[in-house]
Design a protein around this ligand. Structure first.
Ligand SMILES: O=P(O)(O)OC[C@H]1O[C@](O)(COP(=O)(O)O)[C@@H](O)[C@@H]1O
Length: 354
């Protein structure tokens, strides 16, 4: 499956210039039926939210109200950054007008936000992390937005979103926006993974890579080693292994989207394991790890909790966290082999001691 990225310095062809996101979604679905139109319109709305957030970020040091904190604490127990609150509002306002989405579930909101004027006609729920890596904002380092689209399967009066508590294989589409040197949008509707780059002169996301394939293995390992002593011995064993073996490179940017994006194109593995303080890890399943797991599997890679596929995990509440090992399949399997080895030793010890 050839990657059709244009050569360095070569102006993209007119045909490529015209491959906008909404056109690409319709092409992908080879249908102009209601579902295709809806998904295309939904992706267009996400693109609009991304453009608004990208514009705000690009002027963050120049205008008031972008950097710093709002003074509030969100459902995660984290101090809310002004840009978190702004980005969350952007997603709400661009989807309010969509008529397509009846409910929005976000990292910044304890309960899902209903758009009464879109219910019950709105057939989709959008789950999203409006700003991923917000600890990078005030240092002007890359951040992202992560999104997942699911079918609306009923109205839950108490806001517990029970119908969303299903495996990640129920996602219709997923992706992220990376606010880096350029703003990129990477998505999948279950037909491969494709990336678009925002061309500020056109104000359009233009196709930049199609059918992206995650290399089977890579030299990059991406993890916050500052948590080393809080990890299970099996993860420490893995890090000791990469320290002792040539050919591994540590890369950790503090923003999941940026770290995953690098691995999607170059191969390797990103880990955020559970720890003594947080056995279930830090990252949230429904709007952080499951959307990226959807992309990883579509690109020929893997995403694991260490013992099962992330896409098979069924959440028991909206903001559930999960350990994650994601990236090239050989690298993920290597990490898992250390976990399995420790489990085997532990079983043996229990057997011999009983
Ligand atoms: O600072 P730590 O503990 O390494 O955590 C960094 C991780 O947390 C995150 O920032 C997630 O949190 P936010 O979505 O709240 O920013 C990830 O992007 C990143 O991988």
């Amino acid at each position: 499956m050839a990657d059709s990225t244009p050569g360095i310095g070569q102006e993209p062809s007119l045909d490529r210039d015209c491959t906008t996101l909404s056109r690409h979604v319709l092409q992908q679905l080879q249908s102009f039926g209601p579902d295709a139109q809806d998904l295309s319109a939904l992706m267009n709305r996400i693109a609009l939210a991304a453009k608004l957030i990208s514009r705000r970020l690009s002027r963050s040091g120049l205008v008031e109200g972008v950097l710093g904190f709002t003074g509030e604490v969100n459902v995660q127990g984290e101090s809310v950054k002004r840009i978190d609150a702004y980005a969350n509002e952007v997603f709400i306002s661009v989807f309010k007008q969509s008529g397509l989405v009846c409910r929005l579930a976000s990292e910044e909101m304890e309960k899902p936000y209903y758009i009464p004027e879109n219910c019950p006609i709105g057939r989709y729920t959008l789950l999203y992390d409006p700003i991923d890596g917000s600890s990078n904002i005030d240092s002007n380092l890359n951040v992202g937005s992560i999104f997942s689209i699911r079918q609306q399967e009923g109205i839950d009066e108490d806001g517990s979103a029970q119908d969303l508590l299903q495996s990640g294989r129920k996602q219709l589409a997923a992706g992220y926006v990376l606010y880096g040197p350029s703003t990129m949008l990477v998505y999948s509707i279950g037909k491969g993974v494709h990336s678009f780059t925002l061309d500020p002169s056109l104000g359009e996301f233009i196709l930049s890579s199609e059918n992206i394939q995650l290399p089977d293995c890579g030299s990059i390992y991406s993890v916050n080693e500052g948590n080393f002593w809080q990890w299970d011995e099996s993860l420490r064993d893995y890090i000791r292994y990469v320290h002792r073996h040539e050919g591994y490179t540590a890369r950790y940017g503090g923003a999941l989207v940026g770290d995953f994006h690098r691995i999607l194109f170059e191969g390797g593995v990103f880990l955020y394991p559970g720890s003594v303080k947080q056995p279930e890890g830090k990252l949230r399943l429904l709007y952080e790890t499951a959307p990226l797991a959807f992309l990883a599997e579509q690109a020929g890679g893997r995403a694991s909790t260490g013992v099962e596929e992330i896409l098979d995990v069924v959440a028991d509440h909206l903001h559930q966290r999960t350990p994650v090992i994601i990236g090239s399949k050989d690298n993920v399997e290597l990490v898992e082999s250390f976990i399995q080895e420790r489990a085997r030793e532990e079983n043996e010890r229990l057997m011999t001691s009983s």
